[in-house]
Design a protein around this ligand. Sequence first.
Ligand SMILES: NS(=O)(=O)c1c(F)c(F)c(S(=O)(=O)CCO)c(N[C@H]2CCc3ccccc32)c1F
Ligand SMILES: [Zn+2]
Length: 263
Amino acid sequence: GAKWTYNGPDGEHNWSSNYPFCGGAFQSPIDFQTQLLRYDPNLPPIQVQNYNLSTNEQLTLSNNGHSVQLSLPSHMYISSLPHRYSAAQLHFHWGSSNLLTGSEHTVNGKRFAGEMHVVHFNSDKYPNISMAVDKHDGLAVLGVFIEIGEFNPAFDKFFKYMNGIKYRDQKIQVPAFNIHALLPAHLDEYYRYDGSLTTPPCYPSVLWTVFRRPVTISRKQFLALATALYASYAQESTTVPLHGNYRKPQLADNRVVLVSFKD
Ligand SMILES: NS(=O)(=O)c1c(F)c(F)c(S(=O)(=O)CCO)c(N[C@H]2CCc3ccccc32)c1F
Ligand SMILES: [Zn+2]
């Protein structure tokens, strides 16, 4: 599709000229403002299966020019939703080395340092993510806020390979590891709403689950994420740093955000 960026002439205010859904309804991310929240006691704790991958599996770590993404095997899935949602990939959104705020979702205007998204597709109804990505019940994304704090050994399982994918379209194979270790404590506390991809083509096809509790990574780990990558190709003479890859909050319109916690 047409090229898009987070800043400049191809930035998010112009996405809708090539990607009409980006100007449509049910867009993500949104700001979780208190007045939008409604406690729903029927929201079950999120349960995932087969997230503890064996180290003799290999995953593809790649720089797609918009984010760093880790491919995930489809035998990983979410089991606590009405359909089985099988994993496809995980990726990140972050700010920059001096702007330690790059999450997409915000809580009463508070922006976290970054946000991880684990993208799943409805494998009960669709054979792969490409067939699911534009369907109303196609995708389920788990969102995890990232804060600067304690060193996180789970993230280093692949952060240490980032220098192998500095440039756009570079990819390497990395040993698999326990993806569950990337998730926060308390998978029973989360925000839930109907939304969209936060990148073009912005299809309104995502059941969003954003966990209330953040995970922490160290400042050194965060800087590795925020400063290691380029959106430009290796052979290009002008380098374009890959940072600030977060979409601004969209209109909630009259959407309600369900929460599984009372406070
Ligand atoms: N924030 S988000 O969760 O909405 C989201 C992204 F932010 C993002 F960058 C990507 S991407 O594939 O890395 C690049 C542009 O699609 C995807 N990729 C998804 C969307 C389309 C697609 C097709 C095949 C595999 C993954 C994806 C995504 F779902
Ligand atoms: Zn994302």
